[in-house]
Design a protein around this ligand. Structure first.
Ligand SMILES: [Zn+2]
Length: 387
C-alpha cells in the first residue's frame, strides 16, 4: 500500500492516511491566500480538521469493533479526504449482524453529537445571549446559511466576543449530525443502504434484498445527480454519480456470490486439456495458444507428476522475446493449487481472482487429476449463469 501512510494501530487495526490528504491542507492555504491569516488561525483550522477526521475515524472503528464481535476482523482503516473506509475481511452475511455492523458507525456519531451538545449546553448556557447564539448558529449551519444567518446578526448586535474554540464546538456537533444524516441515505455504499438491505434480507433473502436495495439506491443517486445539476451543486451531482456506480457493483457482486456458492469445481472443470512436459520447448504452448483456445497449462514431469503451471502472460512474454526453444520450466510457476471436485466455486474464484493463480487442478476422491479450471472457464461459467 504505497499510496497511504500508516499513522498508528489502535485495537490491533492499522490506520492509514491516503496521500491525497495533503490536498486538504493545500486547499486551506489556497482558500486563505486572499485574506491574511495569523498563526493561530492556521492552528485552529488544522485542529478543526484533525477533530473532524477523528470523528470519521471513530465512526469506522464503530463498524470494525462491532464486526469483531461477530468474528470478522478488519484489515485496515484508510482515511481519505472524502471519508474513511474500514476494510472488513468480509461482510457478515446474517442480516441481523450486517444491520448491527452498518448501524454501529452512525451510532458513534450520534453519541459524539450528544456529548458535544451537553458540553455546549454547559459552556454556552452561562449567558442568555451565548445560548441564543448557539441555537441560531446550529440552525444556520443545518440550513446551510453560514455567514449570512441569524447567528451572525446576533454576534454583531450584541457585540459578543467569543473565543475561537467556541465556534468550533457547535461546528463539530453539526458535522456529526450531518454525517449521520448523510450515512443513513438508504443507498449503497452508504451505511443506510446496508441497513436497508439487511432489513429486506430478513424477509426476502440476500440476493433479492440486494437487488431491491440497489434499485432504490440507484434511484436515490439519480435524484441526487438531477437535483445537483439543477441547483448548480456539482459536488452533490458527483456524489450521486459515485453512489450510482457503487450500487450497481454491489448488486453484481452479491449475484456472483450466490452463483459461486451454489456450484462446485466438478461442474466447471475442463476435462480435455493439454499436459505440457517440463522439458518441452516454449514453442509447443505458443503453438497451442495460436491453434486452440487453451490459455493456461499445467506442467508435468516425465513420471506424470505436476511440477508447475504456465500462464497466458508467460506464453505471451516468451513469444514476444522469440524464445521458442527455451524449456517450459524456465517460464513455469509453482506451486500449483489442487482442489477437490466438491470444492465450492467461491474458493476457486478466490484462488483465481485474488490469489492470482492462473489455473487450478481438480482431483477426485482418489486424488486423480480429472480436470482444470482457469480464468476463462470461470468467466464463461459466470456469463452463462448471470441471474
Ligand atoms: Zn459508515
Amino acid at each position: 500500500m504505497r499510496t497511504s501512510l500508516k499513522v498508528f494501530t489502535w485495537f490491533k487495526i492499522p490506520v492509514y492516511i491516503h496521500w491525497s490528504f495533503v490536498l486538504i491542507f493545500l486547499y486551506i492555504f489556497w482558500m486563505s491566500s486572499d485574506q491574511p491569516m495569523g498563526l493561530m488561525d492556521y492552528f485552529w483550522q488544522t485542529l478543526t480538521i484533525v477533530a473532524l477526521f477523528a470523528c470519521v475515524l471513530l465512526h469506522e472503528f464503530g463498524h470494525s469493533l462491532m464486526a469483531r464481535r461477530f468474528g470478522v476482523e478488519t484489515q485496515d482503516i484508510i482515511l481519505t479526504p472524502i471519508g474513511g473506509i474500514a476494510r472488513l475481511e468480509r461482510m457478515p452475511e446474517k442480516p441481523k449482524q450486517e444491520l448491527l455492523v452498518a448501524i454501529a458507525g452512525p451510532a458513534v456519531n450520534v453519541v459524539i453529537a450528544i456529548l458535544l451538545f451537553l458540553v455546549c449546553k454547559f459552556i454556552f448556557f452561562a449567558g442568555e445571549v451565548e445560548w441564543w447564539y448557539f441555537k441560531s448558529s446550529v440552525q444556520d449551519m443545518l440550513s446551510l446559511k453560514t455567514g449570512s444567518g441569524d447567528a451572525e446578526i446576533i454576534l454583531e448586535d450584541s457585540g459578543l466576543n467569543l473565543p475561537t474554540w467556541m465556534f468550533i464546538l457547535p461546528l463539530l456537533m453539526v458535522i456529526n449530525i450531518t454525517m449521520v444524516l448523510f450515512n443513513m441515505i438508504p443507498a449503497f455504499p452508504m451505511d443506510g443502504g446496508r441497513v436497508l438491505r439487511a432489513l429486506l434480507a430478513m424477509r426476502f433473502g440476500r440476493v433479492k434484498a440486494t437487488k431491491w436495495a440497489a434499485y432504490l439506491g440507484q434511484f436515490a443517486a439519480a435524484a441526487f445527480v438531477v437535483y445537483g445539476l439543477y441547483s448548480n451543486q456539482f459536488m452533490l451531482a458527483l456524489i450521486g454519480f459515485f453512489v450510482f456506480n457503487t450500487a450497481r457493483q454491489e448488486d453484481q457482486m452479491v449475484r456472483t456470490d450466490s452463483v459461486l456458492n451454489n456450484y462446485t469445481a466438478k461442474e466447471i472443470a475442463r476435462t480435455q486439456f493439454t499436459k505440457l512436459l517440463g522439458n518441452d520447448w516454449m514453442q509447443s504452448p505458443i503453438e497451442l495458444y495460436t491453434r486452440t483456445l487453451e490459455r493456461n497449462f499445467l506442467v508435468f514431469d516425465f513420471t506424470g507428476q505436476i511440477i508447475g503451471y504456465l500462464d497466458e502472460k508467460s506464453i505471451l512474454a516468451a513469444a514476444a522475446k522469440k524464445e521458442l526453444s527455451v524449456s517450459v520450466t524456465q517460464y513455469a510457476q509453482s506451486p500449483v493449487e489442487i482442489v477437490q471436485e466438491g470444492e465450492s466455486l467461491r474458493y476457486i474464484y478466490y484462488l483465481i481472482t485474488t490469489a492470482k493463480k492462473a489455473i487450478v487442478g481438480v482431483v477426485n476422491a482418489e486424488m486423480e487429476l480429472v480436470g482444470v479450471i482457469d480464468s476463462t472457464s470461470l468467466e464463461n461459467f459466470l456469463q452463462l449463469n448471470k441471474s
